[in-house]
Design a protein around this ligand. Structure first.
Ligand SMILES: Cc1ncc(COP(=O)(O)O)c(C=O)c1O
Length: 380
């Protein structure tokens, strides 16, 4: 059975040229980047080139990029890193996150609560969007950080980050955005967005797992999470994962060069898929967040009168997400759809289809046929 991979928001394959760029660091170039000998110097150069490539994708400078091990770690470093600087000085620390954050942010904020921070959650509207006025109402004199994601992993809904960040800028409050689902899919520029901290993860854009980065704007002070001999501006000690970070740099370069063309292709494939499903299923097929701006590859789609698990069990060749894989639809319903106020009958049959570079028109047609057939067999 040939599988159809429609789960690119969970992870992507490593692009062949990224694999190629990484290979030398698995074999002959194994040394660390901090020795005085020639091989070490060459490795450091490659690492700094990779940092430059990530910086270039974001339109920032290399010294604002801190490499780390995952998007989750990047979000942890941003949030706990800010919280710790205030808690250390015994100053109050209030943090605001949105109701639709990935656990990398939501759980980190929860943890900060146990350290003594106050945490508020800003709601989203029925389209999944945070209103800047709602955010402004939650801010207090002791608010130190606001963390709102750029694009949602389940619905693909894009937040109005520059407007939200502006509200914070006016009050000298740091703003972090989790751009793990946005980077590589839409333009992401921290300076244009007006954010101080921004997270991105390599395995979401055809780079390897185990590589991610945090943009730390000039003048932003963070406490490290991992203490030791230094490294990554003393924010992350430990031997550098040169192979993975070189891969991330190469992937950043690749996606940066093809943002427009891949967005165009993915928009068209998503349209093809939605149209096929909507015309064949006469009942109400709903795309969650359809009225909002969304990243071009994501369809969070509800099939009426059935459960998401039942549906996906009938189409094992389709790789797609349900609540069982940590997101969307099903009986353990997703907090994201909950926060959007989606009624139960419109979320039980919800799956997330996320397309990517290697998705073909034939696969989209085949996936639509399989899903329609499975839905019909369950519905009748
Ligand atoms: C929005 C968002 N933030 C953070 C993460 C975590 O990234 P990583 O898997 O690199 O830890 C993910 C991964 O699914 C995500 O979708």
């Amino acid at each position: 059975m040939k599988s159809i991979f429609l789960d690119y928001n969970s992870t992507t394959p490593i692009a062949p040229s990224v694999q190629e760029a990484m290979l030398p660091f698995m074999a002959e170039f194994f040394a660390g980047p901090d020795g005085l000998y020639a091989q070490s110097r060459a490795i450091e150069e490659s690492l700094e080139d990779a940092r430059g490539q990530v910086a270039h994708l974001l339109g920032v400078t290399s010294d604002e990029i801190v490499f780390c091990g995952s998007g989750t770690e990047s979000c942890n470093l941003a949030i706990k890193g800010v919280a710790a600087t205030y808690l250390q000085q015994e100053k109050p620390c209030h943090i605001v996150v949105s109701a639709v954050e990935h656990p990398a942010v939501a759980q980190t904020a929860q943890f900060c609560r146990t350290l003594g921070c106050h945490v508020s959650v800003v709601d989203v509207d029925r389209h999944g969007v945070v209103n800047p006025d709602d955010l402004a109402r939650l801010l207090r004199p002791e608010t130190r950080l606001v963390s709102i994601m750029m694009a949602n992993d389940e619905t693909g809904v894009i937040q109005p980050i520059s407007q939200l960040a502006e509200v914070c800028q006016q009050k000298d409050i740091l703003f972090h955005t989790d751009a793990c689902q946005a980077a590589g899919k839409i333009p992401v520029n921290p300076n244009q967005l007006g954010v101080d901290l921004l997270s991105l993860s390599s395995h979401k854009f055809y780079g390897p797992k185990g590589a991610a980065a945090l943009f730390v704007g000039e003048g932003v002070t963070l406490n490290p999470l991992i203490h030791g001999a230094g490294g990554e501006h003393s924010l992350r000690s430990g031997c550098e994962n040169v192979m993975a970070w070189v891969g991330m740099g190469k992937a950043a370069n690749l996606v940066g060069r093809s943002l427009d063309s891949s967005a165009e292709k993915l928009t068209s494939l998503c349209k093809q898929l939605t149209q096929k499903l909507m015309t064949s299923i006469p009942d109400r097929v709903i795309v969650h967040g359809a009225a909002a701006q969304r990243i071009p590859n994501t369809l969070c789609i509800n099939f009426p009168h059935i459960s998401a698990q039942q549906l996906l069990r009938r189409v094992p060749e389709i790789c797609a997400a349900t609540s069982a894989s940590g997101s969307v639809g099903g009986t353990n319903c997703s907090p994201v759809l909950q926060a959007m106020g989606v009624p139960d009958e419109d979320k039980e049959g919800t799956i997330r289809l996320s397309l990517g570079w290697y998705t073909s028109e034939e696969e989209v047609d085949r996936a639509a046929e399989l899903l329609i057939h499975a839905w019909e067999s369950l519905h009748h």
